[in-house]
Design a protein around this ligand. Sequence first.
Ligand SMILES: Cc1cc2nc3c(=O)[nH]c(=O)nc-3n(C[C@H](O)[C@H](O)[C@H](O)COP(=O)(O)OP(=O)(O)OC[C@H]3O[C@@H](n4cnc5c(N)ncnc54)[C@H](O)[C@@H]3O)c2cc1C
Length: 433
Amino acid sequence: MGEYDAIIVGAGVLGLSTAFHISYVCPKAKILVIEQNPRVGQGNSAKSASMFRTFFSTEVGQTLARSSIDFYEHVHEKIVDLKMKWTGYLWLFCEEDFKDFRSTLNEMERKGLEYMIYDKDELEKKLDIKTRISDEEEAKFMGLSDVDLGVFAPKAGAMDVDALVKFYESRFTQRKGKIRFNLKVKNIIIEPCEPLGTTRFSGEPFFWQEARVAGVNTTQGVIKAKKTIIAAGAWAPSLLDQVGVTAHLKPRKRQIFSVTTESRRLRELYWTRGFNQEGCVPLTFLPRISRTSTRISFSPHDGNAFWLFFSDKFPRAFKHEENPQPENYNYTYGLYPILTKYFPQFNECKASLSWAGECVYTPDLQPIALEQNDLIFVGGTSGNGIMKADSLGRIVAALFAGDEHATLYGDKKFRVSDLSIEKRNVEPERVKI
Ligand SMILES: Cc1cc2nc3c(=O)[nH]c(=O)nc-3n(C[C@H](O)[C@H](O)[C@H](O)COP(=O)(O)OP(=O)(O)OC[C@H]3O[C@@H](n4cnc5c(N)ncnc54)[C@H](O)[C@@H]3O)c2cc1C
């Protein structure tokens, strides 16, 4: 089999984008992607809501997302149908919360981000939403606020992640890249840069010896590489921890509940006109729940369903589970009663399908791409991995090639070390979901 130039652990959207871009930047490189599942994109990429936006408060968030989305649009128009739909995102606010957000929004506007503000009356007319609820007993009990206005971001929408990962897979394999499925990496292999002799001393590398990552130990034996790239999503922390690489990653469970548009009223809500060319309701975030800062959202999907989502914080554990399960009680006692307060259209609706995955968060909610001792790590996408995957793949390809800057789609230069830990140069993201 011989040594590879690069092994990439993980055939999710990040691993495949990385593989694709390395095969372009270094056409002669021998690259192997290793995936424990039988197919590509079956980890958290498959569990995502597949939404995208450029609406970030930080320069880095905007750049990574905009460039990736522009690339996906190019692929969608010229190469493969990625089912991109520009439905937009709508954030609903009460007056008080909007005051806090105003300065961030002004800064974003100065950076050229497009948005529109809808007042309460327009929202009522368009969405048939109940905006005055805070005096109701149940709303008071749950800490729900009124809706005073909405901020609509048009450069946002939904796409088909499966089509995206398959696009990267096919382009990578056409360039002679290899993927091995049903193969699990058990641990990372460390070797001394200068071994003491032909027979390895027990305990080598000693703490005074310079060491490097030499490949991986899998369920079917050792595979060696010049560079080992970990793109293992929520599984990455356990691999990195084994060799003492710090990336400050925290996996957290996230859940989606799907409600089909069986009633006339729900279909009417789905096909709300006036926001986008699709003639449908945007991904809509309800006002922040004051006590917990959680926002509930719903997005239209496939013409016949809404996907309901909530991103809870304290006391939701930061932990990795092999097979996280959705918590139906959070639909019954959380999503349903809150959503129906604002949107009675959801009355009597049950979730026909639900699933759970994990998002991997960093303290500043910006992704990480770092290199250390021939190990490269990419991840910590903080719930935005699909919409930033193309840029991140290009950044890792630049790291692999030893370039200081990556050229993102649209020719924008990006300093690779900005996403590292040691020379990190990013602001914390303020538009959180
Ligand atoms: C409910 C939910 C909704 C989301 N919604 C959105 C959204 O709307 N938009 C957005 O941009 N992002 C969203 N995300 C986040 C997005 O899914 C992730 O950021 C993205 O999928 C990360 O891609 P990845 O390639 O790093 O991870 P993954 O897709 O999880 O890929 C990692 C791969 O590595 C493999 N692997 C791990 N360990 C090993 C090992 N030891 N050996 C071999 N293979 C291994 C796994 O099997 C997996 O296939 C959402 C996430 C969740 C959970």
